[in-house]
Design a protein around this ligand. Structure first.
Ligand code: HEM
Length: 519
């Protein structure tokens, strides 16, 4: 007869044997056993979770490639590949590759997380209409109105007695850009917004979004996906609160959007479109109210911190690089004789230095710096010559791709000229060089699952910076956001904007002061 003590010791022995066999399998017979990588990562995805928690995963991925080479096993079932060929094999290939199961952490029914291809194709057809060229043209006046408020607020001089020469007091651009882009995207999606630029009452929204993307970034590495919700409540309660707050914020803004639409039925916005779009096959509403709610909330998060970090990075790098600043200023100010003339269109598109400055800022500081995990379909897929077996994960880090020295020589240097045709060189060769380089430039990712709102985001970025240059001068104050000695591996390069790599990136600063120009 077994005693309870015997039963417990049998159970513990069984468990220990199971763990030993499991670990031995992972380092011997597992298909990824042949690839090098950090020791802990061979056994558990918590290695990646640790770096996602600390927001330094982009630097760790880069460090791992330097140490272990092109292929790195970053979790038991996850392989990183650092080459342009590998990047395109993964992200251009919707036949053999799909989003990894870990995308479920973005929430049921969210476009970004849909794995099934037929379901994705059906949803994308609907959602991309919200950001089609026609829709973008309709959004433009709302964007411009918010940019006007942004410029007004940046021009405010709260302490004129302290600031000589008409310079304003310094503004923390990470915050101001977040308030701008959250106001823009909520106006475009819901017609109403939290008015973050003009009122401090709801600025908690930005902290909530930041916490959500941090949580999501960590949960992509949760070892047992079905338990991620309960696990995060137990182990990460200081981050998990954000989910409840997000629901609260999105319900509030949706309610006021509905009220506005009742008052004025002619209102056109993305939410109204999603709520009323019909399935062409059945004539029924295409999206359930729950799907509309989840996706519109997701669009606000996806569209705010990404664009905010991109604008903040552009402020950072232009304020640190006077020659680039002067070229952009000269170009934009001669292209647009008045504020009213700043519109999306050929004149804005022809501002090649402005576009180069934005490109280079997004190259240095890509806003999706975590590996975007994909999973091989049945039959597996080839990535840079290596066979990825079905069900296993594979990804490339955009930060590492953008710092490939062969493609982007002197890759930590902010150099807008790399995007411009050098008149002293052969024009055709220069065009070819830029074309080749652009293939490895992917701040919006690449292929069929790249950013759905890329053109909208670029319009917002170009319009914002064009307005800033026409209406203001700006310069940096202090060093907030900059790399410096003692900040740790990968964070010591002066002149480089430091970011926290959550699912999307978060920055601090730069502190910028402004002077109004006569236009
Ligand atoms: C500079 C600004 C932006 C950047 C750099 C950016 C970047 C990205 C990237 C890299 C992805 C791929 C994510 C993945 O594979 O997991 C993505 C997807 C997405 N983005 Fe953006 N984004 C920006 C702005 C926006 C805006 C303004 C919106 C909406 C208002 C938006 C909505 C989305 C959505 C819905 C997806 C999911 C698409 C899918 O899974 O097919 N993004 N974005």
């Amino acid at each position: 007869m077994f005693t309870i003590k015997d039963l417990v010791s049998i159970a513990l022995t069984y468990l220990a044997a199971h763990i030993v066999v499991f670990c031995l399998y992972r380092v011997t017979l597992h298909p990824y056993a042949k690839y090098p990588g950090p020791f802990l990562a061979k056994f558990t995805s918590l290695y990646g979770a640790y770096h996602a928690y600390h927001g330094d995963i982009h630097l760790d991925v880069e460090r791992c490639h330097k140490k272990y080479g092109k292929f790195v096993r970053y979790a038991p079932n996850s392989l990183l590949v650092d080459s342009p060929e590998g990047f395109h094999d993964i992200y251009d290939n919707l036949k053999k590759v799909k989003k990894a199961k870990s995308y479920k952490v973005h929430g049921q029914g969210n476009l970004i997380g849909i794995q099934d291809k037929a379901e994705y194709a059906w949803n994308k057809k609907i959602f991309q209409q919200g950001f089609s060229d026609t829709a973008i043209r309709e959004h433009e006046p709302k964007v411009i109105k918010e940019i006007d408020t942004f410029i007004e607020k940046l021009s405010e001089n709260e302490t004129p007695e302290k600031n000589g020469n008409n310079w304003t007091n310094p503004k923390n651009m990470a915050l101001w850009c977040n308030w701008l882009t959250t106001d823009v995207v909520s106006k475009v999606v819901f017609t109403t917004s939290w008015d973050l630029m003009t009122s401090s009452a709801n600025r908690g929204v930005t902290e909530c979004f930041k916490t959500i993307v941090r949580l999501v970034g960590i949960l992509h590495y949760w070892p047992h996906q079905p338990t991620h919700e309960i696990g995060s409540l137990i182990l990460l309660p200081h981050l998990a609160w954000s989910v409840k707050d997000l629901m609260k914020y999105s319900k509030e803004v949706m309610a006021s959007s509905k009220a506005a639409r009742i008052e004025d039925p002619s209102i056109k916005d993305v939410f109204g479109f999603f709520s009323s779009v019909k399935d062409p096959n059945t004539g029924e509403l295409a999206l359930t109210p729950d799907s509309v709610r989840r996706n519109t909330a997701n669009f606000i998060i996806a569209g705010s911190d990404t664009t905010a970090s991109s604008i903040a990075a552009t402020f950072f790098y232009l304020s640190h690089n006077p020659t680039a600043y002067a070229k952009v200023a000269q170009e934009v100010r001669s292209a647009f004789p008045s504020v009213a003339s700043i519109r999306a269109g050929p004149t804005l598109n022809n501002c090649v230095y402005l576009r180069a400055a934005i490109n280079e800022s997004l190259r240095m500081s890509p806003v999706a710096p975590q590996p975007l995990w994909r999973e091989a379909e049945e039959g597996g897929c080839l990535v840079d010559g290596e066979l990825i077996p079905a069900g296993l994960k594979v990804a490339s880090g955009i930060f590492s791709l953008h710092h490939n020295e062969e493609l982007f020589p002197d890759s930590y240097k902010y150099d807008i000229e790399r995007w411009i045709i050098d008149p002293k060189k052969d024009e055709e060769k220069e065009k070819e060089r830029i074309k080749e380089m652009s293939k490895s430039y992917a701040p919006f990712s690449a292929g069929p699952r790249q950013c759905i709102a890329k053109n909208f985001a670029l319009m917002e970025l170009m319009l914002t910076m064009a307005n800033v240059f026409v209406r203001l001068d700006f310069e940096k104050v202090g060093t907030l956001g900059e790399g410096r000695k003692g900040m740790g591996e990968g964070r010591e390069r002066e002149g480089e904007f430091q970011m926290k790599s959550y699912f999307t990136s978060y920055m601090e600063g730069p502190m910028i002061r402004f002077k109004t120009r006569e236009v």
